[in-house]
Design a protein around this ligand. Structure first.
Ligand code: LLP
Length: 423
């Protein structure tokens, strides 16, 4: 089996490093569970991607939903990336990271009036609308603010991205976008609204996509739509193909940005408009690990359990998608492999990091690294069981920085208190 492998998290003399930082002492100092990111991984992925598409006029908007730590966002922005935000909260984070609003895309299938207002007040580059009603609302709010909103419609191309059903988004049955069949009518009507300028077309067909074909199919379908829109007098300045590129968690066959470029650049060249991308996972997933300590080991009725201090509250993906994350010791101990469930302290059988996993025998106090935890990991952490969310560290060469501290008990309460008069 071809397991996840990384140039950024490597063993030197049996000790796991991130870049040039030995991880065991970092975990000892800062405690576990602990997220650790490689800055170089993030930078290399961005440069790899932008380089692959250098022959076409393109812009990249990092999908901050995959990892919205301010320092992660800034790492991409410093290389020239724009940022895709999916809510007022993500917009707030991007602005706090110092991102120029003219490099921000505001996305989301159900934006509230407040979110639209916040986007317009901050002059984001484009608002991507997903229904006719939403554009009517954008038009109204833009009018109140005396602005003209630049809007792209997300069109659902009805293609099968062949990924987990929860993260497949480009099928007609999914909630996202408008139907391609209604696009010409919607674009034309919305373009006539006084405070709206329709500027482009957008798609996002799913996430963790491991073959190029769905992209080709979708781009081909929407390219003919672009031509139809243009012949109806709509000027399509940009075509946003979204994110979705799959990564290696275990033994998947994936494709590189260069391979994607080879397949779709010829289609883009015919379109004569700016091409936009919103990669999230490809930029971040394999740039992060979750370090955790083994609390206990036990074997109930001959079934082995490794109980760790990380739980579904810290890394939800195994519990909700059955996702595979490779788990390896922070210090290799030379022990034989056993089959075990790796489980967390939360009061649910759904709280696991791995099931029936072949893993070297560990003991209480040993540390494990849960790999591929740079995307959709910390961002999906919760406070269930009143657990405090982990700290995050970013490594840069031989230095490391705490980019978010572990939550405290005060975080858990925020301003919640016993209310006078209620008791
Ligand atoms: N653009 C839009 C409009 C999106 O909805 C998404 C992801 C992206 C871009 C970035 O997609 P990526 O390149 O990361 O595949 N929580 C799930 C993934 C949900 C993805 C949601 N949308 C998981 O843990 O696998």
């Amino acid at each position: 089996m071809r397991y996840f492998n990384s140039d950024y998290f490597i063993y030197k003399e049996n000790e796991l490093y991130c870049e040039d930082v030995k991880l065991n002492p970092v975990a000892d100092e800062l405690g576990t569970p602990l997220y650790v990111y490689s800055k170089k991984f993030f930078q290399d992925r961005y440069l790899e991607f932008t380089n692959a598409f250098k022959d076409v006029n393109h812009k990249i908007f990092f999908a901050s939903k995959s990892n919205f730590n301010l320092n992660v966002i800034k790492t991409f922005a410093d290389l020239g990336s724009g940022i895709d935000v999916n809510s007022a909260g993500e917009l707030y984070r991007a602005l706090k990271a110092g991102i120029d609003p003219k490099k921000i895309l505001l996305t989301g299938v159900g934006k509230t009036a407040d979110e639209i207002r916040m986007g317009l007040e901050n002059d984001v580059l484009i608002i991507k609308a997903e229904s006719y009603g939403e554009v009517e609302l954008i038009n109204k709010i833009a009018g109140e603010l005396g602005k003209v909103a630049h809007v792209a419609f997300r069109v659902n191309p009805n293609v099968d991205a062949k990924t987990h059903s929860y993260i497949s988004t480009g099928l007609a049955e999914n909630k996202f976008g408008i139907a391609a069949t209604e696009a010409v009518q919607f674009f034309t009507e919305c373009d006539k609204m006084p405070n709206i300028k329709m500027t482009g077309i957008d798609m996002h067909i799913g996430s963790q996509i491991t073959t190029i074909e769905p992209y080709i199919e979708a781009v081909e379908k929407l390219s003919s739509l672009v031509e139809e829109l243009r012949s109806n007098g709509i000027s399509i300045e940009h075509f946003d193909i979204g994110g979705g590129m799959g990564v290696l968690y275990k033994d998947e066959t994936t494709f590189t940005p260069a391979q994607l470029a080879e397949a779709i650049v010829p289609l883009f060249k015919k379109l004569n408009c700016e091409i936009m991308f919103e990669p999230g996972r490809y930029f971040t997933a394999n740039g992060g690990v979750l370090l955790t300590e083994v609390l206990y080991t036990k074997s109930n009725n001959n079934k082995n359990f490794i109980v760790t201090d990380a739980a579904m509250t810290d890394l939800l993906r195994p519990s909700i998608y059955g996702s595979y994350h490779h788990i390896q010791p922070v210090i290799k101990n030379g022990e034989e492999d056993i089959i075990a469930d790796v489980v967390g302290p939360v009061c649910e059988s759904g709280d696991f990091l791995a099931k029936k996993r072949e893993i070297s025998k560990v003991k209480s106090g040993d540390k494990l690294a849960v790999m591929s935890a740079g995307a959709y990991s910390m961002v999906m952490a919760s406070n269930y069981n009143a657990r405090r969310r982990p700290a995050e560290v970013m490594v840069d060469g031989d230095k490391y920085y705490v980019v978010r501290s572990r939550e405290t008990f005060e975080h858990l309460l925020y301003d919640e208190k016993i209310v006078d008069g209620l008791h």
